[in-house]
Design a protein around this ligand. Structure first.
Ligand code: G3H
Ligand code: 13P
Ligand code: ZN
Length: 414
């Protein structure tokens, strides 16, 4: 491995490596030549030998190279890395041939900023789906492939506690390596400052959410700003949150509602001060399966006003629809969620039309999983093979995610 690295590096006037924290596991065997469509995974060094192949070396380092081939070679590198160009920093000042690659990622593992900027320009939303295990990830990736859609894979603090940051991260990296469409690996609702820092330093995430929404305004601004500075140095995007994500029915008076939902002018000030890349807003949605007792209701006027004040992509949390057909299966086979109610598809569509570019879904995957497992076990009480038990649940989740991708308008945008 060392030999291969040395032989390669001779071709350059100078090769610098900077240590980069990363998980210890090796995803790709050193020296394996791969097609241009796949790039080395985060934290691995790599070199482009020619237009069509990449040799990589498990050095656990980021790399800066000075190419003897001059701008021609640099152009070629840039061309090859075009899909991940926000991970590249080209130093134009001192030396025209200097390229710094903060870290290399699989070609489809991209930042939230990049995916959402396109969504903002073209007025659609990208779904953010929570995973806790392999089956959820497989179901989501299958949907993204079938719908040719970009996708955001999210891990909450609870998911990390359950399955592990490195475990979920490496599974997602592998999935992204095989994907034909952009994948964002995102930390959802990072409330614990140390965990957010750990996620940034892990080299796994291309985006983190720092959720300081329950803090006093000034403290939310101060901490979000700190996270943004840290994350941006690594080419990682930051989503922040302002306002309390709670259902409209949770407020007894207009005053109370105004005090909790996102204030458009404050949102403008928050984005200007923090420099965050996306903003989660509170307009009447809430987390979980019980959002409304009657029909869904969102504060669209507030959304329009926020959109006028905030130019970065907006995020809608608590956006599950609790589809009737899935709920019917769950309840038929014993799950007690008959009163659960989510946001209607029509309301999601309207929110996207008015400028929401990221829509967060977790509960809909949970009930699809539940429905699949319950029905299968009821119909096949003799089966004990977990692969057979979980298969139908995965299929149901894929159906749900495919529907979301079409609803959000991200299908065929990958
Ligand atoms: O927004 C919250 C997500 O639904 C994650 O839920 O904290 O139970 O993993 P969790
Ligand atoms: P749901 O509970 O509506 O799926 O919301 C998920 C979410 O906002 C994750 O951040
Ligand atoms: Zn959320």
């Amino acid at each position: 491995m060392q030999e291969a690295f040395d032989a390669w590096s001779k071709g350059f006037e100078r090769v610098e490596t900077t240590l980069h924290r990363r998980p210890r596991s090796t995803l790709l065997p050193p020296g394996r030549v791969r097609q241009m469509t796949t790039l080395p995974t985060v934290g691995q060094t790599g070199c482009i030998q020619d237009r069509h192949s990449i040799d990589h070396h498990d050095r656990g380092a980021t790399i800066a190279l000075l190419s003897p081939g001059g701008m021609h070679a640099i152009d070629r590198v840039l061309e090859l890395f075009d899909r991940v160009h926000d991970h590249l920093q080209v130093k134009e000042s001192n030396h025209p041939n200097y390229i710094k690659i903060p870290y290399l990622s699989t070609i489809m593992l991209v930042s939230l900023k990049k995916v959402l900027e396109k969504a903002r320009r073209e007025n659609y939303a990208v779904g953010s789906f929570n995973i806790n295990n392999l089956e959820f990830l497989q179901a989501i990736m299958e949907a993204a492939e079938a719908e040719k859609s970009p996708v955001i894979i999210s891990t909450s603090e609870g998911a990390i506690e359950y399955a592990g940051m490195a475990e979920l991260g490496l599974l997602t990296h592998l999935a992204a390596e095989r994907s034909k469409h952009p994948v964002v690996f995102h930390l959802d609702h990072g409330k614990n400052y140390d965990l957010v820092v750990e996620a940034i330093k892990s080299g796994l995430y291309t985006s983190v959410m720092y959720d300081g929404s329950s803090l006093p305004y000034k403290e939310n601004v101060r901490t979000t700003k700190k996270i943004v500075t840290m994350a941006h140095k690594q080419g990682i995007s930051v989503e922040a949150e302002l306002g309390a994500i709670a259902g409209i029915e949770d407020f007894v008076s207009v005053e109370e509602k105004n005090a909790h939902l996102t204030d458009p002018e404050q949102a403008e000030d928050f984005v200007r001060q923090t420099g965050c890349d996306a903003l989660a807003i509170a307009i009447g949605t809430s987390h979980g399966a019980y959002k409304f007792t009657e029909d869904s209701a969102l504060d669209f006027k507030r959304l329009e006003a926020i959109k006028q004040h905030v130019k970065i992509p907006l995020v809608l949390h608590g956006a599950s629809g609790i589809p009737e057909n899935i709920k019917k299966i769950c309840t038929k086979y014993g799950c007690r969620i008959s009163k659960a109610k989510g946001v209607s598809d029509a309301h999601i569509k309207r929110a996207v039309k008015l400028g929401v570019n990221k829509v967060n879904i977790d509960s809909d995957l949970r009930i699809a999983f539940d429905a699949g497992v319950r029905r299968f076990l009821h119909d096949n009480p003799e089966v004990i093979d977990p692969r057979k038990i979980l298969g139908p649940a995965k299929e149901l989740m894929t159906r749900v995610v495919r529907h979301k991708m079409r609803l959000f308008g991200s299908a065929k945008k990958g």
